[in-house]
Write a protein that binds this ligand. Sequence first.
Ligand SMILES: NC(=O)c1ccc[n+]([C@@H]2O[C@H](COP(=O)([O-])OP(=O)(O)OC[C@H]3O[C@@H](n4cnc5c(N)ncnc54)[C@H](O)[C@@H]3O)[C@@H](O)[C@H]2O)c1
Ligand SMILES: [Zn+2]
Length: 372
Amino acid sequence: MGRRALVTGGAGLIGSHIVDRLLREGWSVRILDNLEPNTHRNGKPAWVPQDAEFIEGDIRHRDLLRLSLDDIDVVFHQAAYGGYMPDIAKYVEVNSFGTAQMLEIIRDDNLPIKKVIVASSQAVYREGAAVCPQHGLVFPHVRSVRQLVIGDFAVYCPHCGEETKQVATPEDAPIAGETVYAITKVDQERLVLTWGRQTGIPTIALRYACTYGPRQSIFNPYTGVIAIFCTRLLNGQAPVLYEDGKQTRDFCYVEDIARANVLAATTSALDGLPVNVGSGQAVSIGELATQIAAALNIPIAPIARGEFRPGEMRHLISDTTRIRSIGFTPDVDLSAGIARYLDWIRAQADVRDYFAEAESILRAKRIVHRVV
Ligand SMILES: NC(=O)c1ccc[n+]([C@@H]2O[C@H](COP(=O)([O-])OP(=O)(O)OC[C@H]3O[C@@H](n4cnc5c(N)ncnc54)[C@H](O)[C@@H]3O)[C@@H](O)[C@H]2O)c1
Ligand SMILES: [Zn+2]
């Protein structure tokens, strides 16, 4: 395996940590990143290292993308439009079309790329896997708006309608895409894995759990719950919980995600597969808000105002058996990871709350609904 990497989105949270790790391990690294203004309000971040070649540009730009793929062995494709932004067409253009174009160029120009690793997401699942008292392991459907609007947030068995209990979700759970973002993550993952089977070029789709850590944008109110809760609290505002705050997620520290990427690049054991990367631990969003407030020593309790986001999963915890089988275990647990994030965010000059202004847009665009 060669040692020349292209990291698309390499100025962002995950990409920048992959870049650092690759440089430490002696790779030569090129970054393609358009410095998306929602994420990088102050332009190119200081953490983009001198030792990496930086191409400022958009993956939708075919000629630039072609140029950035020259003399590369492994592509770490992280660039994406993310979260619950109100756009529709832009998600499809950046995520689906951008990925499709990259694959077409590599194939049609016979580029000697040896592996493509695409950043997928746990958002590709319909709902987390669950256990029904009657039917054992089940893969529930997304909860209907009709159910959520009356404040019933439970997950029911698709066969008998009994209430279920959450369990970790394995990679063979059905994938669907229940938000615009998730649809385009499904596209990216399927495009890359299908293309890999056709061309014989090794590919891997890493389905990241909720990733957090230093460099997570403090400007983007549409994605990154830990960053959003921190910026709210530091501005004296209560974190806003959707549903009742008892929904659970799997949080993974960004350096662990970066390490999983480099591991995936350097072993063939995962080739051709979708692979969950997470901690495997369930944390409720309400608990998370309380934990961050305690760590910041800001006594503001989170609030739940009876709002919900259609298509959002109730529970999603990664079954990490597959990635653990190649010797990966996450190193940084949630409290240590939050402490590191808080050290970083305290050193940032201008920590504003952008969530308040985003909220009215989310309601107007029907991304956030209210329980009646
Ligand atoms: N952070 C998470 O919790 C999480 C979870 C699952 C999957 N992912 C996926 O991981 C990848 C990286 O996410 P992140 O958290 O580092 O996000 P991020 O926003 O911090 O980084 C994404 C980077 O991509 C760049 N970018 C966006 N559109 C681009 C375009 N059109 N052309 C070139 N560059 C572009 C942005 O400027 C940014 O630097 C994404 O594909 C995301 O969907 C993230
Ligand atoms: Zn059942």
